[in-house]
Write a protein that binds this ligand. Structure first.
Ligand code: IPE
Ligand code: IPE
Ligand code: MG
Length: 246
């Protein structure tokens, strides 16, 4: 399926360097709904259009991986009805969208714990979407679901122990290789919506040197134009990785 809303990429961005991997903390759904006098869950539903449009925008720009934070290991603390809504919503979103994403060459992957709290029907859809799209190469859409950055590091360390690594073999590479998606490069850019200035346990290991861009736009209002703007800001930054200016 062709891009349903092709929007020209600003020339200044095409000329600059495009980030390889972008992370997005999709925040502000509840406030978006509450401002309209709607139940919070309507905000999650309205976030689907934002996600799909942002994904097409990322693909059009030549971004190779987009990791989106859909449900955190801390989001289980929310009221049971909201959690249930989010589980059903994410399952149905995959049902609705996996084929169109597949047709444009997107590989869908997931980061997070597939533990007993995630309903079987959701796990099945996740497996189906991964299997359907596994050979696609245009871009990876990595959905962080039941994801926590600390949990990811704990899981990597558990794997280290299970692999029988001795202490002198434990280094950054040994941990990085055991993260959920070691094949993805660290994010160059992480965008958080809704005017919150925190990481909230997103990609704790991988974000060590990511550029952070915060916007007041609430997630359901976010469109690829907002992504283009965030990338524009990223292109103004100077990354030093602890070294000196070049
Ligand atoms: C982000 O929106 C979506 C999830 C955390 C699942 P929120 O639901 O956190 O919206 P606000 O922050 O309460 O507005
Ligand atoms: C982060 O948003 C998690 C997701 C977007 C899925 P939260 O709304 O859960 O984060 P806090 O609680 O404001 O830090
Ligand atoms: Mg929030």
């Amino acid at each position: 399926m062709a891009d349903p809303r092709p929007v020209p990429i600003p020339a200044k961005l095409m000329a600059g360097h495009i980030p390889t991997h972008v992370g997005v903390v999709m925040d502000g759904n509840g406030r978006w709904a509450q401002r309209r006098g709607l139940p919070r869950t309507d905000g999650h539903g309205a976030g689907e259009e934002a996600l799909v449009d942002t994904t097409y925008g990322a693909l059009a720009m030549g971004i190779k991986a987009l990791t989106v934070y859909a449900f955190s290991t801390e989001n289980w603390r929310r009221p049971v009805d909201e959690v249930r809504y989010l589980m059903n919503f994410n399952r149905s979103l995959l049902e609705r969208r996996q084929h169109e994403l597949h047709e444009v060459g997107i590989r869908i992957t997931f980061s997070g714990r597939r533990d007993w709290r995630v309903p079987r029907g959701v796990l099945r859809r996740m497996e189906e979407a991964s299997a359907l799209t596994k050979d696609n190469t245009a871009m990876t859409l990595n959905i962080a679901f039941n994801y926590g950055g600390r949990a990811e590091i704990v899981d990597a360390v558990k794997q280290l122990v299970a692999d029988g690594l001795s202490a002198n073999k434990v280094d950054e590479r040994a941990i990085a290789e055991r993260l959920y998606h070691p094949e993805l490069p660290d994010p160059d850019l992480v965008v958080r919506t809704s005017g919150e200035y925190r990481i909230s346990n997103f990609l704790m290991w991988e974000n060590a040197y990511s550029e952070l861009v915060f916007t007041d736009v609430l997630w359901p209002d976010f469109r690829r134009e907002d992504l283009y703007e965030a990338v524009g800001e990223y292109q103004q930054r100077e990354r030093r990785f602890g070294g000196l200016e070049t």
